[in-house]
Design a protein around this ligand. Structure first.
Ligand SMILES: Nc1ncnc2c1ncn2[C@@H]1O[C@H](COP(=O)(O)OP(=O)(O)O)[C@@H](O)[C@H]1O
Ligand SMILES: [Mg+2]
Length: 216
């Protein structure tokens, strides 16, 4: 379960001050697929980044089951992020100087884990035959599938996806979406997907709408 209490984030100061997220209270059960929708600039990425501890909240609390991650030290929250959360981004964010295989295995190396699910993951994501290619040698869809494998290599409970199909053509986007949903069905992963595509949102079990920094 992921739960927030009055989660708020402000960027900038003075004239440039932006209240990006205001008193967000959400609750997501384990094994749910949830779309986070809203206009550009409404605070979707801010919410996701706070949930993933890629950014720190100004106020409020975040719980993963009984763990209040907003109370963890920097090093404990880095550990938590590495082991319990997987991230998928719009522009894939693979390291260009590493092969797909090296990118996928990097979080396991950082966590000193064995990556026992490596072969199963790359087979199931259909990227085994491209695994020694560099990101620049892969299509967008293949890069995103490698990024999904990287997100899952440490077997996290939760996948946080920010516009995962936003930079893909429709067919590749549908494939990526189907793979994310399969990881939910087959492995019980909790999946949050930021999107402004209503068709993507409709494939999720539930929708959280954000408008001007508020969950509505
Ligand atoms: N690092 C930042 N510095 C300053 N303002 C930011 C930063 N990140 C986001 N914002 C502002 O916060 C608001 C919400 O942004 P964001 O969460 O990225 O929206 P969305 O993902 O829904 O498009 C926007 O007004 C955006 O300009
Ligand atoms: Mg965004």
């Amino acid at each position: 379960m992921i739960r927030t209490e009055n989660l708020s984030k402000v960027y900038g100061t003075g004239e440039g001050r932006v209240s990006a997220l205001k008193d967000a209270n959400i609750r997501i059960e384990n094994g749910e697929t949830v779309a986070i929708i809203g206009k550009s600039g409404s605070g979707k990425s801010t919410l996701l980044n706070l949930l993933g501890r890629l950014d720190a909240a100004d106020e409020g609390k975040i719980f993963y089951d009984d763990t209040e991650i907003t109370a963890l030290s920097d090093s404990d929250s880095a550990d938590f992020r590495l082991n319990r959360i997987g991230f998928v981004f719009q522009f894939f964010d693979l390291l260009p100087e590493l092969t797909a295989a090296e990118n996928i295995l990097l979080p396991a190396r950082l966590a000193n884990k064995k990556a026992e699910n490596y072969q199963r993951l790359i087979d199931s994501l259909g990227i085994s035959d491209r695994i020694n290619h560099y990101p620049s040698q892969l299509s967008g869809g293949q890069q995103q599938r490698a990024a999904i494998a990287r997100a899952l290599i440490n077997d996290p409970d939760v996948l946080l996806c920010d516009e995962p199909t936003g930079n893909l053509d429709e067919k590749s986007g549908d494939e990526v979406m189907e793979m994310l949903l399969r990881m939910n069905r087959e492995q019980g992963k909790t999946i949050l997907i930021v999107t402004h595509n209503p068709e993507i949102a409709a494939k999720c079990g539930r929708t959280i709408r954000i408008s001007d920094g508020r969950v509505v």
